[in-house]
Ligand binder design. Sequence first.
Ligand SMILES: [Zn+2]
Length: 327
Amino acid sequence: MKLNRLFLPFLSISFLAVCVLALPPAERKLEEIPFDGQLAHQYLTELCAIGPRPTGSEGMKRQQEFLVTHFSKYCDAVERQAFSFPYPAELNRKVIGVNLIFRWKPERKERILLCAHYDTLPIPTKNPPSKRNLPFVGAEDNAGGVAILMVLAQSLKEILEKNQLRYGVDVVMLDAEEFMFRPSRETVPGERFCWGSEFFARKYASVPPQKRGWHYTDGVLLDMVTQKNAVFEKEMFSFQNPPARRTQMEIWKKAQELGVREFVPRVGSIVTDDHMYLTQFGNIPCMDLIDLDYEPWHTHEDTPDKCSPLTAARVGWVLTEWLKSKK
Ligand SMILES: [Zn+2]
């Protein structure tokens, strides 16, 4: 084949255009992102200013008031779901936990679950023994996840209505994700994770789907999502569970379209987290968004200065745009 010389410039321009289209969009700066990361960071800081907020504590009570006041301004229905669990196992003392459920469009049959644990570790278990009496305020673990949902709440009604989505949304604050006092993450008797998500899931599954009349189609768990220079891999348990994997694929695709590079397209390790309990006890499809590679994890150094408004903005933006695409 011989190319007409007149076509050459045209072809090179087309080739260039294809190349440009194939490139991911440029990364946006904080002020260019249409999700208020600065506000999320402010909420994160306010939550930490309450102080430690472990299950059943005075700090937790104050946090509950703060969150109920905030979310009530934007959602259609509020539910406090109380439960109790034995701790320590050998003494069988009862600890009371409360999941907070905020619903948008409660009458809708297909629902999206957005959740985050809002209790903090009772003591900084990764501190050296002499420093375990220092306060643990859990900025990244997990005031950040809560703060992003607080900002998202402010536009959820508009997102659902403007885009004519057929879904309802439940934003759920899960309690007692880590009511643990021992430094080891290994399972020891009585020391376990995720009481709140297990209770939530069991309650959901206790009514047969036909009788309940509604179900969750997607779930996203936010846990450790605001640290500086975050890297989100596809968490393995979510990846192995087909319904959660579908949500995961949609979210990573959206991040790629938006040029949010924190979402890297590779599968990471399995993380024991609320999504496992939601899946196991309630068959609720839920993926975990988490970056566990965090130096101050479970130490008293997990403070707001380790978190970034930019990361919060990018995560919130991806979530928002993903929601909008759920026609
Ligand atoms: Zn934790």
